[in-house]
Structures are given as structure tokens and as C-alpha cells.
Ligand binder design. Structure first.
Ligand code: AMP
Length: 490
């Protein structure tokens, strides 16, 4: 029982996109394709760990999936089981050791973990483990999970995983891999998405979103249910529900921004949900105008819905460069608003002389909207009206979406009129909280919208702990900020 690295580097983080393939030849290749489809969930680093039945084989690297892997590496990731992870772009230092899947040796053999989510009782668990003598290499949640599994007394990975997961509170869609089994679990609240697929020729796949199943040509079976543990062993899948059921709190921000529009998430097509949000936005905040322009790509479905409802023409007044990498050499002066210009350019012929309604999904720090409004005005627009297809983002997320501190969220620091002034728009309106749920034709499962409402379904620990969590991420951000393009991060 041992692990061997195609490249070296240990580490772990908690956000992002996860995939697991069980019982297929070339499992690592399929996991790679799954990660490719889930690239939008994390661009900072990627990794795959496979099992050849005897040992775990791993490869991780910084950057996009296509940059991290090549044919030779994939061939070396042998075996019929593999798990993969895409790391999110904006939280944590740009370090290989933060890249998952994390791989460890412990008393039962080797263990690899891919995890999406955040735990709210991380500090309690961590200090308890430290008192017992545990040594931590990072400040990220996945490491706590691994210590809990390693320290549990049960004779099987399954029992130990369940014991460890029962101790953590908060959000997880997590996949474990040992030499001969794979375990996938989703927290009882169901904060983060995870779906199950089956290959027509046999074998299974779990992934954050269905777009990953489409690319590997697996059939969508169903969501991994909140609180469900799927155990893949000896060629079979077993479903367990070891945790007490609780109200579901699917992350509404997956619909607003995070997921790919072609995915089915929490049982609904994301594109259709976003269009419904756009239609509702038009019902709530229509204004006299000539064209509806999305902020591509995330604003496109909502803008289509807005245009449909308002009967105004939908126009691509902003064009996105799809080939922007993570790093570019930025001139220190001379080009104003460089960051957003690299990604987006205005179509003067489309917007000149027009009253433009521009649709985006959120305002976080406000810099993107500010630059976009200036850009559209610079293109000769007569008026620029900003419409946001979600309520104001006023609270940080503790369940796995990277958000800045409350103080950095611009909608906390200004009222609507001040914010309109700040971004330089002729008018500004958000979708109402009730309107956000207009897509529900019938009462559906519960959602978490704490980022908008402040109603946190799982209590966040003390203020001091929250401050520590946020201070740590602020420090890490300061370190990484010079590597990042400004504006949209995902
Ligand atoms: P800002 O310039 O900080 O106001 O960023 C707003 C932009 O960031 C919007 O265009 C959103 O699509 C995008 N966005 C919203 N939430 C996130 C997130 N958690 N990570 C990365 N980008 C985001």
C-alpha cells in the first residue's frame, strides 16, 4: 500500500469542481474530461488521483486542466477508478500544496480526497485535533476531514468517513478514493451540487454538474441526495443515508452565477432558471430603453429572459475574449481599466446613440459594473441602465462560495442611489428576494440565500472565529492579488 506521484506536491482546498469515475477503463481520462467540463468552477489548479487497485497515482498542477495534463500523464494515471478536482480561482494562495485531490497515507492505506464546500465548525474541530497532537500544513477544511478519518477507530474507510462527516457542520460535496473503493457524499443540507451518472457500458460517475456527464457520455441518473453517501466497491454501488435528515438548503448562487447554464443543478436546468430570473427582473424594473445587453457570459440567459419579457431587442453590445489566460502583462500606466478591457470590449456600432439596459448577475465590489458602464458610455450609448438578476450581495458565504468580507461588499457600504452614482449608471435595480424564486412553478426544495438575506441555515461560529477566517483569506488574497486579472473572476 503506497502512493506514487507523477508530479510532487501535497495540499488541499475546499471550493470548486469535483468528479469521480468508478469501474471504467481509462478512468483518469474520463475524470480529466469531467474536469474540463467543470473548468468554470475553478481555474487555479487541477488534479487527478487514480487507483490501479494496488496504489494511488496522482498528478496535480497549477493552471487550467488543459495545461496541467497531457497524454503521457493521463496514461500514467492508470486504473479503473479516479477522482479529480478543479480549484477555484480567487481564494487561497497560488500554491501547488493547495491543489486537490489531497493524498495521504494512514493506518488503512492510502486515501485521496476531492472536496467542494466549507465547514462552519472548522475552528472547534481544528483546535480539538491540535490539542490531541495533530499537525496542520494548511488552514483549509479538507485537512480537518482527513485528520478525523485518520483518527477514527473503525476498521473501514466507509465507517470512518461517515464518522468524520457527522462531525463537520456546513457544506460538502466530497469524494474519497482508496486503493479499492470510492465514496461520494453530500451534506444533509445539500448546499453544493453533486450528480450521479452511469456509463451505458457499466461503471459510474459523480460530478458537481451534469455538463461533466455529457462530455463523458454518461447517462444522468439523479442528484446525489442531500445527506446521501454512495459507496462504490467490488463493482457495485450502495446508497446509505447515515445522517439525520434536515431541511434542504441548496445554494441559490449556483443558479445566479456559479454553475454552467447547460447543467441541470438541483434538478433544474440552469439556463432556464436564469432566463426566468431575467423575465422577473423585467417585470419588476422595466425602464424605457432601446436594447438589452448582457455582461457575457454569466449575464446572457438573464438578459435573454429580460428581452423576452420586455420585448426589447437582445444585442451583444459587449464581446468577451474567450482566450484570456490567468496572467497577462499589464502596463503600469497608459491603458485605463485594463483588467476589464482584456476580457470585454464594447461594440460601438451596437450601442451608439442607444438607451442600453445592461444585465449582470451580481455586483460584488462594484468595480466590474463601474468599468462596464464607462465602457458602454465610451461606445456612445445615450443612457446606461444597470439591472442585476439577483438581490444585492450583502453577506459573505460560509458554505463554499468565495466572497469578500461584509465590509468589502459594496452594497453594504452604499444605498441604492449611492451605488448607482458610484457605478455611473443612469439607473440601477436589483431583482427582489421574492422575485429570485419566480422560477419555482411549485414549492420546491429549500434554498440557501444567506448571501442576499443574511439568513444562515447553519449557524456560523463566533464573530471572532469569523474574523479569523476572513482575515486569513484577506491575507491570502493580498498575496495572490497581483496574479489575478481584475473584474470577473469566474
Ligand atoms: P465586482 O467587480 O467585484 O463587482 O464583481 C462582479 C462580477 O463578478 C460580476 O460580473 C459577477 O458575474 C462576478 N462574480 C460574482 N460572484 C463571483 C464569485 N463568487 N467569484 C467570481 N466572480 C463572481
Amino acid at each position: 500500500m503506497h502512493t506514487k506521484g507523477v508530479s510532487d506536491g501535497g495540499g488541499f482546498h475546499e471550493e470548486c469542481g469535483v468528479v469521480g469515475v468508478y469501474g471504467r477503463p481509462e478512468a483518469a481520462n474520463l475524470a480529466y474530461l469531467g474536469l474540463y467540463a467543470l473548468q468554470h468552477r475553478g481555474q487555479e489548479g487541477a488534479g487527478i488521483v487514480s487507483s490501479d487497485g494496488d496504489a494511488l497515482i496522482n498528478h496535480r498542477g497549477l493552471g487550467l486542466v488543459a495545461d496541467v495534463f497531457d497524454g503521457e500523464i493521463i496514461r500514467r494515471l492508470d486504473g479503473e477508478m479516479a477522482i479529480g478536482h478543479n480549484r477555484y480561482s480567487t481564494a487561497g494562495a497560488t500554491l501547488l500544496r493547495n491543489t486537490q485531490p489531497f493524498v495521504v497515507e494512514y493506518s488503512l492505506g492510502s486515501l485521496a480526497v476531492s472536496h467542494n464546500g466549507n465547514f462552519v465548525n472548522i475552528h472547534e474541530l481544528r483546535s480539538r485535533l491540535v490539542k490531541r497532537g495533530a499537525i496542520f500544513q494548511s488552514n483549509v477544511d479538507t485537512e480537518v476531514l482527513i485528520h478525523l478519518i485518520a483518527g477514527a477507530q473503525h476498521p473501514t474507510l466507509l465507517a470512518r468517513s461517515i464518522e468524520a462527516l457527522a462531525e463537520v457542520e456546513g457544506a460538502y460535496s466530497v469524494i474519497f478514493l482508496s486503493e479499492n473503493e470510492m465514496i461520494a457524499a453530500r451534506d444533509p443540507h445539500g448546499f453544493r451540487p453533486m450528480v450521479l451518472g452511469a456509463f451505458p457500458a457499466g461503471g459510474w460517475v459523480v460530478a458537481s454538474e451534469t455538463c461533466a456527464l455529457d462530455l463523458v457520455e454518461a447517462d444522468y441518473v439523479r442528484e446525489v441526495e442531500p445527506g446521501e453517501v454512495l459507496h462504490f466497491i467490488d463493482g457495485e454501488m450502495h446508497s446509505l443515508r447515515p445522517f439525520s435528515p434536515t431541511a434542504h438548503h441548496a445554494c441559490i448562487f449556483e443558479y445566479v452565477y456559479f454553475s454552467r447554464p447547460d447543467s441541470s443543478v438541483f434538478g433544474r436546468n440552469v439556463y432556464e432558471v436564469r432566463k426566468a430570473m431575467g423575465r422577473q427582473l423585467a417585470r419588476e424594473s422595466m425602464v424605457d430603453a432601446d436594447i438589452v445587453v448582457p455582461v457575457p457570459d454569466s449575464g446572457v440567459p438573464a438578459a435573454l429572459g429580460f428581452a423576452e419579457q420586455s420585448k426589447l431587442p437582445f444585442e451583444m453590445g459587449l464581446i468577451r475574449n474567450h482566450y484570456v489566460g490567468r496572467t497577462f502583462i499589464e502596463p503600469t500606466e497608459s491603458i485605463r481599466h485594463f483588467g476589464v478591457k482584456v476580457k470585454l470590449n464594447v461594440q460601438r456600432d451596437v450601442v451608439a446613440g442607444k438607451r442600453v439596459i445592461v444585465i449582470d448577475d451580481s455586483i460584488v465590489r462594484g468595480t466590474t459594473s463601474q468599468k462596464i458602464v464607462r465602457m458602454i458610455r465610451g461606445g456612445g450609448a445615450a443612457e446606461v441602465h444597470v439591472r442585476i438578476s439577483a438581490p444585492p450581495t450583502v453577506n459573505p458565504c460560509y458554505y463554499g462560495v468565495d466572497t469578500p468580507t461584509k465590509g468589502e461588499l459594496v452594497a453594504n457600504n452604499m444605498d441604492l442611489a449611492e451605488l448607482r452614482e458610484y457605478i455611473g449608471a443612469d439607473s440601477l435595480a436589483y431583482l427582489s428576494r421574492e422575485g429570485l424564486y419566480a422560477f419555482l412553478d411549485k414549492p420546491g426544495p429549500g434554498f440557501c440565500d444567506a448571501c442576499f438575506s443574511g439568513e444562515y441555515p447553519v449557524a456560523v461560529r463566533s464573530d471572532q472565529e469569523q474574523r479569523q477566517m476572513k482575515l486569513f483569506s484577506a491575507l491570502e488574497r493580498a498575496v495572490t492579488s497581483r496574479f489575478r486579472a481584475s473584474g470577473t473572476g469566474g
